[in-house]
Design a protein. Structure first.
Length: 588
């Protein structure tokens, strides 16, 4: 009995313990459920259709990368023009219809970009947001527009570059007996990239160009960060998610995985850029000491370069509290200071506008963005245009006839006389869609797209390839047909073609890109015919597929370049009266 009583007493003790724990447990659970409900109410969830999503791994196994290919192959037909895809560390919304993409580009709540922890506070153009982005954007667009980028003076620079590339190609052709046309199989990819990068580096750094260095152009932050983002493995996205956990776990994971610091390659690129900025600053100072005359002698152009503009105008554009929130990301700042050798604000004499400051680090980031944005896309546009010209001899013939009819050395200023050349390049942009997913945006506030709710923080991917290949707007979209951009013999652009996007975040380099691509392509095709050699024809499918990067790069290939009979050489255009009268600018 005593034993029974004891055991009863023991069970009774356990059950009273259970009872006393049950009530607080239930209350805790109830509170948790209420908190989750409140949170869900506060946080808008996306109601767009999409593939199934599983806890932690999201829709990882239901989609393929790059997303635009998956959307075109099956996603669009199954889920429609707005699709949500959940990844372990973020929600992506892929938008394919023209009306919906237009809505994205013009929506103020979708002006953000996915944020890399270290990049947030160091500015740059392409991946910053808020006030910081606005300040850099206003500054850069002003520099691009008002200081001659895309204007006649700058056109002369590009024309000079196109003469040089033509000469380089000629030099690579074997000498032959006089009446026979000289011909050779060449890969001109690097020549084109060098030309484009020479133009843009002269515009940014002035006359002292940065020597061509492939690392500098292929590994720059804009490309690198976006491409890395697009290629993250499941394990990497899971790590990212762990890094978002609350203190102390999240910060510990971030520190362990070095998530808050720029890549060593980015640091190297920043350092290279800072060296150029310092060099330019010194030369401008010397030129000012010599009364501006030295610069005028040294450079034959009449527009400012980007750094010159920065040194002269920065106080008008940037204030000390330009940070979005006033918070500074210590790890990011320190890393960029270290990379660029820039002094912190405290070390900088406030009344010395030429002294290095933290903003030099930001200038370096913006320059990277302009150079990577500028070089890779434009060089690939010209290379795609040459490849497509080689596959369409009839288009090539019409283009050349038009160039001959417009006069031996017709330039970009004569483009109204060259509607077929413009239509040809427009069709290259459509057919290839160089940035098939544009540049990813981020919702800075909850909003809607095509009537679907989209929460703050979601990444928005505009499927530009999909719009450019929509049979509703471009019949037989997989046929290369420049004539679709001609009407009664005149160039007729289409509003459904959006290679440079629209609205406040649209590509700031559009005018320059169009001018460069047009000038280089017409200069090359005026002097040479291009054809695909048999050795390359065997892998035509992979050539037409291109690479699956952020920019659809042309894969390496050779074309047969045959020199055409030369028109008589025309002397270089003398400087205009306005150009001669223009005073050497004052800086520093
Ligand atoms: C064929 C050539 C080019 C194409 C197809 C292209 C396309 C684009 C697109 C689609 C965007 C994204 C806009 C958005 O999010 O709405 C963009 C942004 C950008 N592009 Fe271009 N681009 C080209 C050439 C250039 C050139 C020559 C430069 C530099 C001079 C440049 C610099 C930039 C920069 C800095 C951004 C980021 C702008 C921002 O976020 O505010 N691009 N480009």
């Amino acid at each position: 009995m005593g034993h029974e009583d004891n055991s009863k007493g023991g069970n009774g003790g356990q059950s009273s313990l259970t009872k006393s724990l049950l009530l607080p447990g239930l209350i805790l659970l109830l509170l948790l459920l209420l908190a989750v409900r409140r949170r869900n109410r506060r946080h808008v969830t996306c109601d767009a259709p999409g593939p199934p999503a599983w806890p932690l791994i999201g829709s990882h196994f239901h989609v393929e990368l790059p997303l635009w290919r998956w959307v075109e192959r099956e996603g669009k037909a199954r889920y429609g023009p707005v699709i949500q895809v959940r990844f372990p560390d973020h929600l992506a919304v892929i938008v394919s219809g023209y009306d919906e993409i237009r809505e994205v580009f013009l929506n103020e709540s979708l002006l953000g970009r996915p944020q890399l922890p270290w990049r947030k506070q160091v500015g740059g153009l392409a991946l910053s947001e808020g006030k910081l982005w606005r300040a850099h954007r206003t500054f850069s667009v002003r520099a691009l527009n008002d200081f001659g980028w895309g204007r006649p003076a700058c056109q002369a620079d590009v024309a000079e570059e196109s003469r040089q590339i033509v000469q380089e190609i000629r030099d690579r052709l074997p000498a032959g007996p006089a009446p026979q046309l000289r011909s050779a199989e060449l890969d001109v990819g690097e020549l084109v990239t060098q030309s484009v990068s020479a133009v843009i580096s002269r515009m940014i750094f002035g006359c002292e160009q940065v020597a061509y260095d492939e690392r500098f152009y292929s590994k720059l932050p804009l490309m690198q960060s976006i491409e890395q983002e697009n290629r993250l493995s499941l394990a990497q996205t899971l790590m990212r998610r762990l890094g978002k956990l609350p203190w102390p776990l999240g910060p510990a994971v971030r520190r362990l995985l070095c998530l808050g610091r720029p890549e060593p390659l980015v640091m190297e690129a920043l350092r290279m850029c800072q060296e150029q900025i310092d060099k330019r600053r010194r030369s401008l100072r010397h030129s000012q000491q010599a009364g501006g005359a030295a610069l005028a002698r040294q450079c034959s152009r009449d527009y400012s370069d980007y750094i010159e503009f920065y040194l002269r105008e920065k106080t008008n554009y940037f204030s000390d509290d330009e940070n979005d929130s006033g918070r500074r990301d210590a790890a990011g700042d320190a890393a960029v200071d270290e990379a660029t050798g820039a002094a912190t604000a405290a070390e900088t004499a406030p009344d010395d506008p030429a002294a290095p400051s933290m903003r030099d680090g930001r200038l370096a980031m913006t320059i990277f963005d302009l150079m990577t944005g500028g070089v890779d896309a434009v060089a690939n546009l010209v290379r795609w245009a040459l490849l497509l010209a080689s596959l369409h001899p009839e288009a090539q013939r019409r283009l050349r006839e038009e160039l001959e009819a417009a006069g031996g050395d017709a330039s970009y200023a004569d483009k109204d006389k060259l509607p077929y050349a413009e239509a040809f390049l427009e069709e290259v942009q459509r057919f290839v869609s160089l940035l098939p997913e544009g540049v990813v945006r981020r919702a800075v506030d909850s909003t809607t797209i095509g009537g679907y709710r989209v929460p703050k923080g979601a990444r928005i991917i505009p499927n530009l390839y999909g719009v450019h290949h929509d049979p509703l707007h471009f019949p037989e979209p997989d046929r290369f047909q420049p004539d679709r951009f001609l009407r009664y013999g005149r160039f007729q652009p289409s509003r459904h073609l959006l290679p440079f996007s629209l609205g406040k975040r649209a590509c700031p380099g559009e005018a320059l890109a169009r001018m460069e691509a047009f000038t280089l392509l017409t200069a090359i095709l005026r002097r040479f015919s291009v054809a695909l050699p048999d050795s390359e024809a065997a892998r035509l499918d992979s050539l037409l597929r291109g690479s699956d990067g952020f920019v659809r790069r042309v894969v390496e290939h050779r074309l047969v370049f045959t020199e055409l009979p030369q028109p008589p050489p025309t002397p270089p255009t003398p400087p205009t009266q306005q150009q001669q009268q223009q005073q050497a600018p004052q800086f520093l």
